[in-house]
Design a protein around this ligand. Structure first.
Ligand code: TXA
Ligand code: MG
Length: 326
């Protein structure tokens, strides 16, 4: 495998040139950084799966500049899908639409629906505007590890494996997009919770439900252990024993907890603001993971608005440890 001298910079034209040549480039979006490739180039799409170590059956999101570009790759957009796109795009919404076979099957393992998203980050908007093709972009982390919200997080995952990281600063939302599909009746179904809440979808669509595991074609990204740090992570509510170590990291919502040693506690939002907490979550996990602690404990975040998605991610991060240890 080629060993790149991975560079980080703000040169949009450089990123465009690499992508045009079939190379992978990490791109900023408002949610998390993406590991991008030309969505119309089968070999480039395959490279994304390889470099990310992601199973081929876990489909990728196609990032477009605007709805007109999505139109080139779908057999139709229902009036409701159109309404959701109008309400939440550009932004942290991913929508599942029936493909028209103009994109490689590798993207979604030949399934009917393809996931589309119009990212709002201004740098990536310019990039997509320059390029004559859309970009596949899963989160720019090795499969199952913590998602990246800064170029430094991306570098930790892919140093030497990609030529370029397009620097757009720290992500403003900090959690992945909400993935919305439609059932046979055309009603919206949430496959992955995210920055746009179920209530917000309901306001536009009148109704919404969550995808259940029992339904066929379970959203692959939702079943596996996910978003996990290397350090074992406990939900505070699951901790029943006294710890005999001081090497405990704590993810707190708005204040530190005096029962734990002070220096390894990270407060997500002093003001108790859920949007700010979402923005800081992954960076807090990255930071604590680097400190070589024995455990990380995550406190419960108020389960409302974007707090629901924060708790969802924390629960998935904790799953890995619970499964192996109990
Ligand atoms: O915010 C985001 O969505 C970020 C940024 C980079 O755009 N991307 C991202 O991609 O989180 P990824 O690949 O890490 O997660 C994509 C999710 C997975 O849970 C996947 O299973 C689901 O979208 N997905 C994609 N295509 C699908 C499809 N056709 N049917 C069902 N689920 C799909
Ligand atoms: Mg991901």
């Amino acid at each position: 495998m080629i060993n790149y001298n991975t560079q980080t910079g703000t040169a949009i034209d450089k990123a465009a040139a690499y992508l045009t040549a079939g190379e992978l480039v990490a791109i900023p979006t408002e949610t998390v950084y993406g590991l991008a490739a030309n969505a119309t180039d089968t070999l480039a799409v395959k490279k994304v799966f390889e470099v990310k170590k992601r199973p081929f059956f876990n489909p990728l999101i196609v990032h477009c500049e605007k709805t007109e570009q999505i139109n080139l790759y779908v057999s139709g957009i229902s009036p409701l899908a159109e309404k959701l796109l109008q309400a939440f795009s550009p932004g942290p919404l991913t929508i599942l639409l029936p493909g028209n076979n103009q994109l490689p099957d590798t993207i979604n393992n030949g399934m009917r629906d393809v996931a589309f998203r119009i990212p709002a980050h201004p740098i990536t908007q310019i990039l997509l505007n320059i390029l004559p093709f859309p970009l596949v972009a899963p989160s720019a982390n090795i499969f199952t590890t913590i998602s990246p919200t800064t170029p430094a997080h991306v570098l930790k995952n892919f140093n030497g494996q990609i030529p370029y990281i397009l620097d757009g600063g720290a992500c403003s939302v900090g959690l992945e997009s909400t993935v919305v599909g439609f059932d046979r009746e055309g009603m919206p179904v949430i496959f992955r919770q995210g920055a746009i809440t179920a209530e917000q979808i309901k306001e536009i669509a009148g109704t919404v439900r969550f995808h259940s595991k029992e339904e066929n074609g379970a959203s692959p990204g939702m079943t596996a252990i996910h978003y996990a740090p290397t350090t074992p992570l406990y939900l505070e509510e699951d901790v029943t024993t006294e710890f005999t170590t001081d090497k405990i990291g704590v993810i707190c919502f708005n204040e530190k907890d005096e029962r734990y040693s002070e220096q390894n506690q990270i407060v997500l939002s002093k003001a108790g603001n859920l949007t700010e907490a979402a923005r800081h979550l992954y960076d807090a996990l990255h930071q604590l993971d680097e400190r070589k602690l024995d455990f990380i404990i995550a406190k419960k975040i108020p389960n409302e608005g974007i707090g629901i998605a924060i708790n969802d991610r924390i629960q998935r991060a904790a799953h890995a440890f619970k499964k192996n240890s109990k």
